[in-house]
Design a protein around this ligand. Structure first.
Ligand SMILES: *Cc1c(COP(=O)(O)O)cnc(C)c1O
Length: 312
């Protein structure tokens, strides 16, 4: 199913579970938190933030939401923007011990070439087609894929599809055409995004002015072992890092970059840098000294040289 945008995809899922409850990661694409707080709360759909990297916390949150017939367990791995890793298979197994638990994975950051959540036990996968699938930063689109567990006439997927159709969120023909054009080169693009991101992460990790580098391909990442198991052929092109000197230093660094463009979004051919806290709501937990990078398809040496001059 191809909704108009990712936000329409997420909303179609929430429309399908009235009176239920949603467990979301404590680090997550902020649009989800916002739509739950400002739209779905009024419709009786509550949510709880959970550290999904900690399986004991996930277990406790599942236990605390026992009284709901329908619980959506929302995962994003690696998460945006702190790049936290969640063990999809372990969470799916725990969730499915109780009927009415639907595991949804926002796989925007990784694509099916890197992580295959349905094979790991998830019930639904979402993508922002705007990102890697489209691949050229020239369309907006969403995508929902359902597993066997939610298929069929009475299944949740039928309700999601019905909601999308009648609430009005279908993707336009031209955007479908652009998406198909983009997907054709996904197999050639993804390994380059992953390779470039790993080189950038290694450079940043070794730089004295960088205090933290968040990338699951680094052995120092707390989720590296799980990531190595559930991410294939690379760790995708998204990373973030924190710099000495707080928000002002991060903003100044971003302004000095010549090849990385300052923009939101990700997954296109050009490398992007973003001061994430600036575009999120004011009460965001995102650290103010954090910059997020989307590694594009340029030469890795050029990208590293650009970061090196901006960090001087
Ligand atoms: C960008 C992004 C979205 C939202 O996608 P849009 O197509 O821009 O609405 C959702 N989840 C993640 C992880 C993202 O990075």
């Amino acid at each position: 199913m191809l909704p108009r945008c990712w936000q329409a995809a997420a909303s179609a899922i929430f429309h399908a579970v009235p009176g239920g409850h949603v467990l979301i990661p404590d680090d997550i694409y902020h649009g989800i938190r916002t739509v739950l707080q400002t739209v779905f709360a009024d419709w009786g759909l509550g949510y709880t933030e959970v550290n999904m990297s900690d399986l004991a916390e996930v277990e406790a949150a599942l236990e605390a939401s026992r009284r709901f017939d329908q619980v959506v367990v929302w995962l994003e791995t690696p998460s945006n923007p702190l790049v936290k890793v969640t063990d999809i298979a372990a969470v799916a197994e725990m969730a499915h011990a109780t009927p009415g638990r639907t595991v949804v994975v926002d796989s925007t950051w990784v694509t099916p070439l890197v992580t295959r959540p349905l094979d790991l036990g998830a019930d639904m996968v979402l993508h922002s087609v705007t990102k890697y699938l489209g691949g050229h930063s020239d369309l907006t689109g969403g995508c929902v894929v359902g597993a066997e567990s939610v298929a069929g006439e009475g299944g949740l997927m039928a309700r999601v599809r019905h909601g999308q159709t009648f609430v009005g969120g279908g993707l336009a023909p031209f955007d479908c055409w652009l998406a198909l054009r983009g997907v054709r080169s996904l197999g050639a693009r993804m390994p380059v995004h992953s390779k470039n991101a790993l080189e950038l992460a290694k450079f940043l990790e070794a730089h004295p002015r960088v205090t933290h580098t968040h990338y699951p391909g680094l052995e120092s990442h707390p989720g590296h072992e799980v990531a190595a198991r559930q991410m294939m052929g690379g760790f995708s092109g998204m990373l973030s890092f924190q710099v000495e000197g707080g928000e002002a230093a991060a903003l100044a660094l971003a302004a000095r970059l010549q090849i990385f463009r300052r923009a939101t979004s990700l997954g296109g051919t050009e490398s992007l840098v973003e001061h994430r806290a600036s575009i999120e709501p004011e009460d965001t937990p995102t650290p103010r000294d954090l910059l997020r990078l989307s590694a594009g398809l340029e030469d890795a040496g050029d990208l590293i040289a650009d970061l090196a001059q901006a960090l001087e």
